[in-house]
Write a protein that binds this ligand. Structure first.
Ligand code: GLU
Length: 422
């Protein structure tokens, strides 16, 4: 592989995102100054989020909203809750959102938010107060034509309802288009919940087509069993693929004869984890990415496939449901070993694509059927997949580099045409 890496980036996601831009900058005829702009977020906001806990104690959480680039349209991207959230992670995720919306050619830029907290140890009332206070703190920089949040890790349609309500109350209007991934009753879109996973499975199907792999009976391992992992698992089963392993933060399970993805989901909903699912064998969480399977869907967090374990990865095709699961060093090794990888900024872009459809429905006061949504999603995913694949073939690069070439090229071209203010 001809793309060199600059030693270890210590798996800092923001340094990785910047490095991914550097790799393609060399291949594109773009003003280096434009590349410098794209490598940095346009705006970062860090806020204190003080709330009263159920026991009467006052606690202060840290929250972030990073607005990476809005050359192509309003900032767009989710808000995640978790103990591991930090500014560099949010900056990386915001950068990847700009790339994702550009790869999909939807009229958005990229942004991301996060709050450092442990949502699993908080009550629903505490999460509501946290969400509402955070929304109030960032309300001056978000808005339907400015920056539109959405769900991400540990946030869901209920969280989006609280954001919509708080923003609306603050502004004195009812504004559904300020946030996507809402409950259907509040202007959410049919199909949004499973959209990311539909995109993942469409990419798996297209990857099988271009590599000549067989889908029916193909084995799949899924890491992370949240919204993306769970829905991708049962959707893969609908294509007659066999889900043999899955994991969450508590444990991992394996059954070479296949797991029933929906039943595993029901079990997790009851018990809080996939661990202990009847008829499965428990395996170490970090062994799931090393299983000898046809397809691997990493749907957990960043840095799952790194220089440390990449030589042990056996999957022939990897579809990145998560953001940033593979480091640049690992990318090189996978490419050399002939693994076909569909990168996050394409593979998991189904979510933001249906967020775009939700926003359009809100702005136009329309309601589309689930079938309309899914047909439009399918068309956009297939088009983007083949645009990226064609670049990968023509330029003789892996799919991530091809996707970044397409994205950075599109963003840079708009920035060059708009020119520089003042
Ligand atoms: N959080 C999702 C992502 O990483 C969805 C973002 C959105 O819908 O705006 O792509």
């Amino acid at each position: 592989m001809e793309e060199e890496t600059h030693g270890s980036m210590a798996n800092n996601p923001f340094e990785i995102a910047q490095h991914q831009i550097d790799i393609v900058a060399k291949r594109l005829k773009v003003d280096p100054g434009i590349i410098e702009i794209i490598k940095q977020p346009k705006r970062v906001l860090e806020v204190a989020v003080p709330i009263r806990m159920d026991n009467g104690q006052l606690r202060v959480f840290r929250g972030y909203r990073v607005q990476h680039n809005d050359a192509r349209g309003p900032f767009k991207g989710g808000i995640r809750y978790g103990p591991g959230v930090n500014m560099d992670e949010v900056k990386a995720l915001a950068t990847w959102m700009s790339m994702k919306t550009a790869v999909m050619d939807i009229p958005y830029g990229g942004g991301k938010g996060g709050i450092i907290c442990n949502p699993k140890e908080m009550s629903s009332a505490e999460l509501e107060r946290l969400t509402r206070r955070f929304t109030a703190e960032i309300s001056s920089i978000i808005g339907p034509l400015k920056d539109i949040p959405a769900p991400d890790v540990n946030t869901n349609p209920q969280t989006m309802a609280w954001i919509m309500d708080t923003y609306s109350a603050t502004m004195g209007i009812a504004e559904p288009a300020v946030v996507t991934g809402k409950p259907i009753s509040l202007g959410g879109s049919l199909g949004r919940n499973e959209a990311t996973s539909r995109g993942v499975v469409i990419c798996a199907r297209e990857a099988a087509k271009v590599t000549g792999a067989k889908l029916q009976g193909a084995t799949v391992a899924v890491t992370g069993y949240g919204n993306v992992g769970y829905n991708s698992a049962w959707l893969a089963q609908e294509l007659r693929m066999r889900v043999v392993a899955c994991s969450d933060s508590q444990g991992a399970i394996y059954n070479p004869d296949g797991l029933d993805a929906r039943k595993v989901g029901d079990f997790k909903a009851r018990t809080g984890t996939v661990k202990g699912y009847p008829g499965s064998k428990e395996i170490p969480i970090d062994k799931v990415v090393e299983l000898d399977v046809d397809f691997l869907f990493p749907c957990a967090l960043e840095n799952e496939i790194t220089s440390t374990n990449v030589e042990s990865v056996n999957a022939k095709i990897i579809i990145e449901g998560a953001n940033g699961p593979t480091t640049p060093e690992a990318d090189e090794v996978l490419y050399r070993n002939g693994t076909f990888l569909v990168p996050d900024i394409l593979a998991n872009a189904g979510g933001v694509t249906v967020s775009y459809f939700e926003w359009l429905q809100n702005l136009r006061r329309e309601y589309w059927t689930e079938q309309e949504v899914n047909v439009k999603l399918e068309a956009r995913m297939v088009k983007a997949f083949h645009e990226v694949y064609d670049i990968a073939k023509k330029e003789n690069v892996h799919m991530r580099t091809a996707a970044f070439m397409l994205a950075v090229g599109r963003i840079a071209s708009v920035m060059e045409t708009r020119g520089l203010f003042p």
